[in-house]
Design a protein around this ligand. Structure first.
Ligand code: PLP
Length: 388
């Protein structure tokens, strides 16, 4: 979303996708992997290109990149993996094997190791396949959306001598029914059990890069391919020195269960460049731009049978506003579907996020400044088209 003339100049160039017969689009939906995640700014692409020109030792690069990432994110240590989902698997494996190379090699055989992973039932989600890939026993605590607030004893009871880690999901879309992170940390740490936090989409704000570890989480995982705008196949693990060392030991290029989760030199360098940029960017100016974008949506997209309002925070809990467009009347659902179809079918093609049966979100998060005008032209035309 930065004003980036190079990106603007190159934006018309869709040759590579045209050649394959693939439809590029303006993404006003969000950082969804199935829609391409996010786009790397030129500083990130250039860092990757430079990295691609040389051979280096991956262990040395991981160590140096980790040190720089730790410094930037105010953490003890950091490690680069090939996505946040991969990070969940690496972090879990690291908690199982610890810093013992023999145990790291022994996985997925858990003989002699703690093999329980504890997680709130309300936190279960499709990304936990990454954890269940290991032959662990997943112990669920509590019930989602329980009316009675969760009590400490449920978690205390679930933690035993067999518990290797607690996995905590930090996201606004999880059900209620989990204790706050600091209470979970306090209970787990009383038994020396590490807490892994899946915070894949918890950026912005950038202080989450250190807030969650400062709240006591032992390992915190972020996606490199969402708002950080690093390589799509990158993920960041930050946290306790000894556990990050265990990630390093069990991760590629070292052989073992995490060898398939390789981050190449280009991804490692690209993620460092992305985090450097993220720390330097003007978060305040960006927020103002997104607020203005949503004001414009309210002004230009409201009309007969259509209500537009500001939603804050967004679905992941990020402090970025979105515009919720709600269609009213008997044929609301049909009109909504028609608008989405018109947006996809026109040029430039546009993707928005459906909301329920009769609404859609227009999200500024993945829109660059040079796309704003063409996007609003398309939105206004599609809204008019659906009334016709
Ligand atoms: C996006 C997301 C992931 C996966 O991130 P990738 O970098 O795409 O692997 C994992 N957990 C949560 C909560 C997410 O939102």
């Amino acid at each position: 979303m930065s004003i980036d003339t190079r990106a603007a100049l190159n934006a018309q160039d869709t040759h590579i996708y045209d050649m394959l017969g693939v439809r590029p689009f303006i993404n006003a939906a969000g950082t969804y992997t199935r829609l391409g995640g996010s786009r790397m700014p030129p500083v990130v692409v250039e860092a990757m290109v430079e990295a691609s020109r040389h051979f280096v030792e991956i262990d040395e690069l991981q160590a140096r990149a980790g040190a720089r990432l730790a410094e930037l994110t105010r953490n003890e240590a950091a490690y680069v993996t090939c996505g946040a989902a991969a990070g969940l698997l690496v972090a879990t494996a690291a908690c199982l094997a610890g810093n013992d190379p023999a145990r790291a090699r022994q996985l997925p055989d858990l003989t002699g190791m703690r093999s329980d992973i504890v997680m709130y039932h309300s936190h279960r989600n499709p990304y936990d396949y990454a954890v269940r890939t290991l032959p662990i026993r997943l112990i669920e605590v509590g019930f989602p959306n329980e009316v009675i607030p969760p009590t400490p004893w449920e978690l205390e009871h679930a933690l035993t001598d067999q518990t290797a880690a607690v996995i905590y999901v930090e996201a606004r879309w999880t059900a209620r029914g989990a204790l706050p992170l600091d209470e979970v940390v306090a209970i787990a740490h009383r038994r020396d059990i590490p807490v892994i936090v899946d915070a894949a989409a918890q950026l912005p704000p950038r202080e989450n890069l250190w807030r969650l570890t400062q709240a006591g989480a032992d390992l915190v995982i972020f996606s490199g391919g969402k708002d950080l705008r690093g390589p799509q196949s990158s993920g960041l693990i930050v946290g306790r020195r000894d556990l990050v060392d265990a990630c390093f030991l069990i991760g590629a290029p070292h052989h073992g269960i995490c060898r398939p989760l390789k981050a190449g030199k280009e991804e490692i360098v690209g993620l460092v460049a992305a985090v450097e940029r993220y720390m330097a960017q003007d978060e305040e100016a960006r927020l103002l731009w997104t607020e203005r974008f949503v004001d414009r949506a309210i002004e230009q997209l409201s009309g007969p049978g259509v209500e537009v309002r500001r939603c804050f925070p967004n679905e992941a809990g990020q402090p970025i506003p979105r515009a919720l467009v709600t269609f009213m009347g008997d044929d609301a659902g049909r009109r909504r579907d028609h608008v989405i179809h018109l947006l996809q079918a026109g040029r430039p093609s546009v993707e928005v996020a459906p909301a329920g049966l009769d609404g859609l979100y227009v999200n500024p998060m993945t829109v660059d400044t040079y796309e704003e005008d063409p996007l609003f032209d398309r939105l206004c035309a599609a809204m008019a088209g659906s009334r016709a």
